[in-house]
Design a protein around this ligand. Sequence first.
Ligand SMILES: [Ca+2]
Length: 358
Amino acid sequence: MRLQLGFLNVTVMGVLLCSLLAFSSPARAQTATDCTVPNVVNMKESDAKSAIISAGMVERVVGVQCYGDPPIPGGYIISQSPTADTPVQCGAFVYLVVSSGDCVCTVLNLVGKTVSEAKSLVTVADTAGIYSNTVPAGRVISQSPAAGTQTRCNYLVGLTYSKGPAPPIVGRIAINGGRSATSNPAVTLQLMAFGGSGVDQQQDVVRRMRFSDDGTHWSVWESKNSTRAYTLPAGPDGIRTVHVQFSNSDTEVSSVYSDSIILDTVPPTGSILINNGASTTKTQAVTLNLSWADTGVGVSRMRFSDDGAHWTAWEAPKNPSAYTLPAGPGHHTVRVQFLDGAGYYSTVYNDYINLVAP
Ligand SMILES: [Ca+2]
């Protein structure tokens, strides 16, 4: 009890002593810091003044400036001095800088600068490279927003820059898949083209194509496709060449590419004589005297038969050719057939000879 009582007494005495000292100190008005600066940044100016006055201080606007990043609306406090929570003497000044609104800037002209130069001047939001024959590689071709636009000062700019000249368009053409001959003037062209300015523009790599039979007179430009039906020009059997050119625009045209095929609309012809037309032979071994002709591709193969039903394997044409007649005396007929490069078969030609006893 006594201890408790004593503690209480000491506490009460302490509080009383402190209070007495506080109210009786004659020097306090000049040195005490019993006001605390409120936080008024981002407050409306009138609200900030009220808050400062309520806290026992005096506000003074010392500056008005635009403010863009982060945006502080016009009439709101950008900064204060002293800063919030600073203990100050009551009645002290709190200095304020008020926003006049977003700062307005004029978008710089970046066209013609390098991308890195542009990035050192403005905040670049995104870039896209395209091929250009006129703007050097790495330099800005266009920008958004455009130069001269009035906008907030922390603006972002999108840039389109040059990747330099586009790689040339390279093409290929094949007639009927590259076959050497055709018996039908109606053919199919296989077409490939790549490179060119379309590569980076997310469109079909090459847009147009046109054709010519002579390399001088051209069809009108048409949409690029991977195949196209085509009719070879009329005329005697022989080589036909189809020329193609690819383009994306009038100023971006590929070289001329071509493929050739032999148009062959006529089967081959031929002849056969056994032993130069002799009527008899004493040996099974004979010599075949052969001739052949073809107006288109030319004869590529020949074959023989003793009975018109069973044939030898196709072989390269050769004159004269050794041949062995079937055994047994009597008349033997040898048949020959020719095949041209377009796949035409000749009619079957034959000769016969009488195999007699030696
Ligand atoms: Ca032919």
